[in-house]
Design a binder for this molecule. Structure first.
Ligand code: NPG
Length: 370
């Protein structure tokens, strides 16, 4: 059991090395909440995956901040001595808001593990010391720029390329990349930009031997994904649609997907991510670790998750240099063989560097147990 004495919320902002364009918008800066939790014996960190706008999800920073400050932090203080499962339980009366919940649960788990001198990877039963890494390539102004970017990432060693697509920026672009790289493991991610009426376009992607097409249709429509799955050969992977283990169970029961992207921040934290992993593993469904342009704090969590045995496909677990000129933590570095080390120190195994953190902080608020 551990007891939380104080929680500090911080809004931080880091410029991205290049703009990241998806079907729903362009990001030039990473702006996110970090939570710092003090227990009797340790300090833990958690990163919120929400962004500045309600686009990828209904959650966004300003709302997550309020939910953390006014509901989740008071619930955690009131809970007193708890285990990680008890933190989840004390958050249960807040409906939804998985990204806010994940922030504080993960920070608590980091502190709880540090008190016990245990790494997150060992807590999760992670088997690998290094994980194979992929990279997600945003939509570029031209096909030439896309080819150049892909070329650069392959030269760095990335083992799987994921291309962001949107209606009109799909078949030709994928064809060009496939022509240039006949054997590279390749996938596409639509971020819910298509409709079932676009099934023919999506079926045209079958020609390119893709690992998967990720989240082609509306985030709330499992039935239409199941219908689409009957019309295309490429496996469908779901991301936005899976906000919990219950969603994953429903999607698999309906045949809406054959692969699941696990982002712990999207599903309420590390414990729920583990449940989805276990469920998929039992059913022989491959999972992989998604990314949300996290700083080194969130990325450390992703690397530990990606080392679990059911994560059989390379994730969007890219190196710090893919996102930031200077990360908040010591950088996560890609080996030329396309793998990255899973942090092995206590807790998540990394901490924000104090000076970097101060330089990136836009706002802080400290909350104390009474
Ligand atoms: O490498 O962290 C990364 C980014 C991977 O493409 C990526 N993330 O839809 O999965 C996604 C997308 C994303 C990023 C979505 C940021 C929302 C915010």
């Amino acid at each position: 059991m551990s007891r939380v004495r104080a929680i500090e919320l911080r809004l931080v902002a880091l410029p991205l090395v290049r703009p990241f364009r998806t079907s729903f918008g362009v990001e030039t800066e990473k702006v996110c909440i970090l939570a710092r939790v003090e227990t009797e014996g340790a300090v833990g960190w958690g990163e919120c995956v929400a962004g500045t706008e309600p686009d990828f999800s209904q959650e966004f920073n300003e709302v997550a901040w309020l939910v953390l400050r006014d509901f989740l932090a008071p619930a955690l203080f009131a809970a007193g001595d708890v285990e990680p499962e008890g933190v989840e339980a004390c958050f249960a009366r807040v409906r939804g808001h998985p990204m806010a919940k994940a922030t504080l649960l993960d920070a608590f788990l980091d502190a709880w593990l540090r008190e016990r001198e245990r790494s997150l990877a060992s807590y999760l039963g992670a088997e690998r010391e290094r994980v194979p890494c992929g990279v997600s390539v945003g939509i570029t102004p031209t096909t030439e720029e896309l080819l150049a970017e892909v070329e650069g990432y392959l030269a760095e060693g990335y083992r799987r390329i994921k291309l962001k697509i949107a209606p009109g920026l799909d078949v030709e672009r994928v064809a060009a990349v496939r022509r240039a790289h006949p054997d590279v493991p390749l996938s596409v991610d639509a971020n819910a930009a298509y409709r079932l009426e676009d099934a023919e376009t999506l079926a045209a992607l079958d020609a390119f031997d893709l690992l998967m097409v990720e989240q082609p249709l509306h985030h709330e429509d499992l039935v239409e994904h199941a219908e689409l799955a009957r019309r295309v050969r490429t496996p469908i992977c779901l991301d936005e649609s899976i906000r919990s283990a219950a969603d994953a169970r429903a999607a698999l029961a309906l045949g809406s997907c054959r692969i699941v992207n696990i982002k712990q921040g999207r599903v309420g934290g590390i414990l729920e991510a583990r449940r989805i992993h276990d469920l998929c593993r039992e059913r022989g469904v491959p999972v992989w670790c998604g990314g949300m342009l996290e700083t080194g704090v969130g990325r450390a969590v992703n690397l530990a998750l990606a080392a679990m045995p059911g994560f059989t496909l390379p994730g969007d677990t890219s190196a710090s240099a893919r996102y930031f000129r200077e990360d908040l933590t010591e950088p996560h570095v890609l080996d030329p063989d396309g793998t990255m080390a899973v942090p092995r120190g206590p807790g998540i195994g990394v901490e924000p560097l104090p000076e970097r953190l101060e330089a990136c902080t836009r706002r802080t608020e400290r909350l104390e147990a009474r």
